[in-house]
Design a protein around this ligand. Structure first.
Ligand SMILES: [Zn+2]
Ligand SMILES: [Zn+2]
Length: 417
């Protein structure tokens, strides 16, 4: 039987699909990006982790996450408290972003997996399953409970300097929820889902189909390879229904616009305080940089290094790398194509970790509300910093890495994985 075609998401190099052992990942021969991962019983496993994750999510949202006491008074907060505090204190953008990344997106992600996998596992039909599966790809990057947990640890470290802190049941639920959600996605082989969701009788292109017409368009959403360039641009993908484009429309100009906006916000993000801490009547404003300084002064080296890397190194590195990738692509540079694709991929993965400081502020502001004894108030720096993280993420998403290869004059190519 002729083998099916798989195009690399990052460089559009065309491969033929191979049977690989379960747990192994096939990578692109040209750029090194992962193509697909094989799993046994992938639907059953992923569904089991999705159910576990849902139970943990409910626990994580029903109990206090942190409690602290100072001068005979005590307070506790839940996952929701940070969102409510930001909203009440006049920071709707931060309330929205923290709500989206620590609650809405993780829940929607779990819900989407359950909605898609349950009917597939038990052999019945639910409406709109392939739309839900399509939306899932959009939600995924915004689910940041793992980053939230680190923000929580930083908040805990800062608090323990002047108060007694205890972790609540929700804290342990979040610690377990992160691996459960991770396994929910990694145990699933998405190829199995698309095969089950494809319209009945849909022909999956093979190497033989390329003999008649050697051009193709890859679906941005489900990675289906549609043979023939001319007639396919702008029509719907026969497998998932998304509109087909040879490349993301106006990719480079959109990516640049978002990156330039991020550069602009980077200045207030570092100049204005991200929070003001009032302790026994004395108020002290913390910027991103002084926040790291105070962790070092308190001797909290490991946490100081984590915050320094996430809040200072990662944003600067990400802005610089994206600018370099966009410039080199715009000028059609032909050197280091593989390195550029890899570094773009890594940058896209690490950018979200900069949200640590935003989460830390949301937790402290919600928890520390003891008037003149101890209060933490968010500052405009946190808004600007959150905007930098979001804008760089959107910029990286707008960029189509396949342009790196196109602009260097590399024509569409094929080979075997
Ligand atoms: Zn590739
Ligand atoms: Zn598709």
């Amino acid at each position: 039987m002729p083998r099916r075609l798989v195009a690399c998401h990052h460089c559009d190099y065309l491969h033929t699909e191979d049977d690989i052992p379960a747990g192994n990942v096939a990578v692109c021969v040209r750029c090194g990006a992962p193509l697909y991962q094989a799993q046994n019983n992938s639907i059953e496993r992923s569904l089991a982790f999705a159910v576990t994750a849902l139970v943990l999510f409910v626990i994580a949202n029903s109990f206090p996450i942190l409690g602290f006491s100072m001068e005979g008074r005590s307070e506790s907060n839940t996952l929701m408290s940070g969102v409510v505090t930001f909203w009440q204190e006049g920071y709707p953008f931060l309330a929205f972003m923290v709500g989206l990344t620590s609650m809405a997106a993780p829940l929607l992600l779990i819900g989407a997996y359950l909605y898609v996998l349950t009917p597939l596992r038990f052999g019945f039909e639910w409406p709109g399953v392939h739309h839900v599966w399509r939306v899932l790809a959009i939600i995924r990057p915004w689910s940041m409970l793992d980053v939230f947990l680190i923000g929580l640890l930083v908040a805990l470290t800062k608090l323990s300097d002047f108060a007694d802190v205890v972790a609540g049941p929700a804290f342990y639920a979040v610690c377990l929820l992160i691996p459960a959600s991770l396994l929910m996605s990694t145990q699933l082989d998405p190829r199995v889902i698309w095969r089950k969701l494809a319209p009945v009788g849909l022909h999956h292109p093979t190497i033989d189909d390329l003999a008649a017409d050697s051009t193709w368009v890859t679906c941005h959403n489900c990675a289906f390879v549609v043979i023939g360039n001319g007639e396919t641009e702008g029509v719907s993908c026969p497998r998932c229904g998304s509109r087909l484009h040879h490349r993301k429309p106006r990719s480079l100009s959109r990516a640049w616009a978002l990156l330039l906006a991020a550069m602009v916000f980077y200045i207030p993000a570092n100049v204005f305080p991200i929070m003001t801490v009032t302790l026994l009547g004395r108020a002290e404003a913390d910027t991103i940089l002084t926040g790291v300084g105070s962790l070092i002064a308190a001797g909290e080296w490991p946490i100081a290094i984590v915050v320094f890397v996430a809040s200072i190194v990662v944003p600067v590195f990400k802005i610089a790398v994206l600018a370099w990738v966009y410039l080199a692509t715009g000028f059609g540079q032909t050197r280091a194509l593989r390195d550029r694709t890899t570094i773009y991929r890594v940058t896209e993965l690490i950018g979200r970790w900069s949200m640590i400081d935003v989460f830390m502020v949301s937790i402290l502001a919600a928890l520390v509300k003891l008037g003149n004894i101890a209060t933490v108030e968010p500052g405009f720096g946190a808004v600007a910093f959150c905007a930098v993280v979001i804008l760089t993420m959107l910029s990286a998403m707008a960029f189509d890495p396949r342009l790196i290869w196109d602009r260097a004059g590399m024509l569409q190519q094929q080979g075997t994985a």
